[in-house]
Ligand binder design. Sequence first.
Ligand code: 5GP
Length: 214
Amino acid sequence: MNDQEISPSCLNHKEKLSHNGNLFIITAPSGAGKTTLCKAVLDRIPDMLYSVSYTTRKPRKGEQNEIDYYFITEDDFKNRIKNGKWAEWAKVYGNYYGTSSEFIDKGLASGSDILLDIDFQGTLQILDRYHDSITIFIMPPSLDILKLRLESRGTDSKHVISRRIEVANKEMENKDFYRHVVINDNLSVAVADLISIVEKYRTQVSHTSIQQKL
Ligand code: 5GP
């Protein structure tokens, strides 16, 4: 098990759960295998909701609207900022990304657990709003392997890859802020680690709900 438990003082995990569902935040430098890991969790835990983000970035080859992202225009995105529609939003690599507050609030209120795949800036905003969120950072084994993965994905230019590596390096400095860190060296080990973290909190919630009912 290569997961480390981290408890930064700024997070009050003992706070009473304010929602019925759990919010799981997953952050990783691109190329760390986050998409594969998220899919594995969703396959294994079918009642977990996935928050499909909105973005102004153009779809990559094979990406589908409403499944990978809601691909929207910059005007639309900015209007939603004005109208307070985002639980969090950020500009990443020159494009806007955001999470719908309506989706999160409805999901949690109905008792669902939700998985968010967002960056560090978004994580801070979500924690500000949903204090009990469970934060998980996915680490690639090394920057060299990350570079190889990005190159073999073949979706980004050399320039974009070197920019992503630069950003990844910076993002990895934030890992200690997260409650859990999973190193994606061996995929099946990383999937097992991630699922055991998620299951741990899901069990805790059912205990809390049972206690509240008694
Ligand atoms: P990509 O364009 O490679 O799919 O994602 C680029 C980065 O944007 C990733 O680090 C990803 O976690 C982040 N990201 C994706 N959706 C959101 C979102 O809704 N909010 C925030 N803050 N970041 C996001």
